[in-house]
Each structure stands twice: as structure tokens, then as C-alpha cells.
Design a protein around this ligand. Structure first.
Ligand SMILES: [Zn+2]
Length: 312
């Protein structure tokens, strides 16, 4: 066993957000931490693998969004020999989380933010190592290769593991909830605020396929094979997202009407996918937050494009 999926029980639901435990010799690494609430689950998995917090050498987060890195501070505190590996821009936010908290409160609202994430404490800079694009970390028998992948977030990276020829994709290779696969494979992109860039997201998808990995470990949720097929589906959806943003931008619609227009389009895409697969109300409930976040991110992209053009 070298890669183990840990269900973090995010939103008190199984199969929504994963963290991963990687064991190398006597050492261990976590890839993703979910929120601080999930840390007991990470410890249980570590214990079941016969390893102690002292054996954790690396804590790796794909990006600074809080369902990925919100518990990193707790893991760093509890694992005295661990170093946090992060994208340079993510590292800054985890060392000083004040901006991260403010922006997440903006997306989720203060009350929901507290319920979801609890507190966020700074991580001492000396416990953090930034990973550059293409950086390779030799760890025992394996090489971990870090690839910066914009599109979902500017501070996003994926990690290829040579020992298993698999890749940890965070949110750069879409979401694929196990509970929604009964009617055929369904992977969809995350276009959540505030960095969504459809063209960069397609480049990231292709970069992940180009690693030649046989499995992509999605944070939401678990391992998927046949990366080419998933990539084709993701890219088609990303192109549709780009087209929606451009058409909405060109239409001049603004304010609440812009948000409503985008939300309607995104909801229709999801409803269509649910109907195609013969899924029902449970599926609609499971993706409700993704519909909302994806729509917010696309509306944000429209406003950002206009703002950029408005500057001299
Ligand atoms: Zn996520």
C-alpha cells in the first residue's frame, strides 16, 4: 500500500473530499489536509498504517483553498518532523492566512465559513518549502514532481508520484463524486472564484494527461483511470464555460441579472447531466454547492474581464 484515500467527511458527507496518505519506507506524507475538523481522520489513517505523527515527513497541499489546505496548520503542529510543501503563492497565504480567511468569508459568508473551517492559524515560515514548477523531490525510492497548473487557482500545483505513476490533481482535473457514477462516468470542472481561467484550465488538464499517469487522484473524490477520456469531457465543459463568460461579457448584462443569467446556465448544465444519467434529487443536492460556486466563479470572471479592460 503506497497511496491510501482518506475520506475527510467534508460537509459531514462521505465521498466528497479526500486527503491521501503516502507511505515511503518508515516515513509518510499527507497530500491535502481538508479542514482542521478532518485532522482526526488523517491521524486514524496514519495509525492504521502503523505510522506515528513523528513519521510524517511531508504535508503537501495542491492549493490554498480551504477544503484542501484549511487543516495544514494543524497537521504541521501535530507532526513535528513534517515540512509543508506548497506552491509559492499558496505558501504565502498559509504562512499569513489573513487574506485567505477574508476571501473565503467573502465566498461563503462569515457564519458558514466558521462552521466549515473553524479557525486558521499561521504556519511558521521555517516549516514551509515552496515547490517551483517542474521541481522534483527525491523521497526514498520515489520522485515527486511538482507541476504548476493555473486555471482553477493561480496557486495550484499537481504532484506526480513516480513510484505509482499516479498524479494528485487537487481541483485541476475536475470533480468526480463516486455517488454520481452509476449512470456512466461524470467528471466536471470546478470554476469557482476567484482565479478561474478556462484556457489555462485546459492547458492544466493536458499537462496532467501528458504525465502519462495511469490514475489521477482527485481531491473530490478518489482515483480515476482513463485520463484521456476524462480530459476530453473536462475540456468540452471548460470550452463551454469560456463561451458562456465571453457571451455574458459581450451582452453587457450586469449586476444581479448577470449572476442570475450565469446561475441559470450552470444549473441547466448540471440538470442536463443528472437527467442524462438517470440520477435524481440526491444528485442535485450533492452538487448544489458546486453549481453555486461554479456560477459565482464564472460571473466573477466576467467582471474581472471588464475590470481589466477598464484600466488604462
Ligand atoms: Zn476543492
Amino acid at each position: 500500500m503506497t497511496v491510501q484515500t482518506i475520506d475527510t467527511d467534508y460537509l459531514d458527507q462521505p465521498g466528497v473530499a479526500a486527503a491521501y496518505l503516502v507511505v515511503e519506507g518508515d516515513e509518510a506524507a499527507f497530500v491535502e489536509t481538508n479542514t482542521a475538523h478532518a485532522f482526526p481522520r488523517l491521524l486514524e489513517a496514519l495509525d492504521a498504517a502503523g505510522r506515528a505523527p513523528e513519521d510524517v515527513r511531508w504535508i503537501i497541499v495542491t492549493h490554498a483553498h480551504l477544503d484542501h489546505a484549511g487543516g495544514a496548520w494543524k497537521a504541521v503542529q501535530a507532526c513535528p518532523n513534517a515540512t509543508l510543501l506548497a506552491h509559492p503563492a499558496a505558501a504565502r497565504h498559509l504562512i499569513d492566512p489573513s487574506k485567505l480567511v477574508k476571501s473565503a468569508e467573502g465566498v461563503y459568508g462569515v457564519e458558514r465559513f466558521r462552521a466549515l473551517y473553524g479557525s486558521l492559524e499561521p504556519i511558521p515560515a521555517e516549516r514551509v518549502r515552496v515547490m517551483d514548477d517542474g521541481g522534483v523531490l527525491r523521497w526514498g525510492s520515489r520522485d515527486l514532481t511538482f507541476l504548476h497548473t493555473r486555471g482553477h487557482a493561480n496557486h495550484h500545483m499537481v504532484i506526480h508520484d513516480s513510484a505509482t505513476n499516479t498524479v494528485f490533481t487537487g481541483d485541476a482535473f475536475g470533480l468526480c463524486y463516486p455517488a454520481l457514477q452509476a449512470g456512466g462516468p461524470w467528471v466536471f470542472p470546478s470554476t469557482s472564484p476567484t482565479d478561474f481561467d478556462g484556457r489555462a484550465a485546459i492547458e492544466a488538464v493536458e499537462r496532467i494527461v501528458a504525465t502519462g499517469a495511469t490514475t489521477a487522484w482527485l481531491t473530490h473524490f478518489g482515483g480515476i483511470g482513463d485520463l484521456r477520456a476524462a480530459a476530453d469531457s473536462l475540456n468540452a465543459q471548460l470550452r463551454a464555460s469560456v463561451a458562456l463568460v465571453e457571451a455574458a461579457d459581450a451582452s453587457g448584462v450586469d449586476g444581479d441579472a448577470l449572476d442570475a443569467h450565469i446561475l441559470e446556465a450552470v444549473q441547466a448544465w448540471f440538470d442536463g447531466a443528472i437527467a442524462d444519467r438517470g440520477l435524481g434529487a440526491d444528485a442535485r443536492a450533492l452538487v448544489a454547492m458546486d453549481v453555486e460556486l461554479n456560477a459565482q466563479g464564472l460571473a466573477f470572471a466576467v467582471r474581472k474581464a471588464r475590470f481589466k479592460r477598464s484600466r488604462p
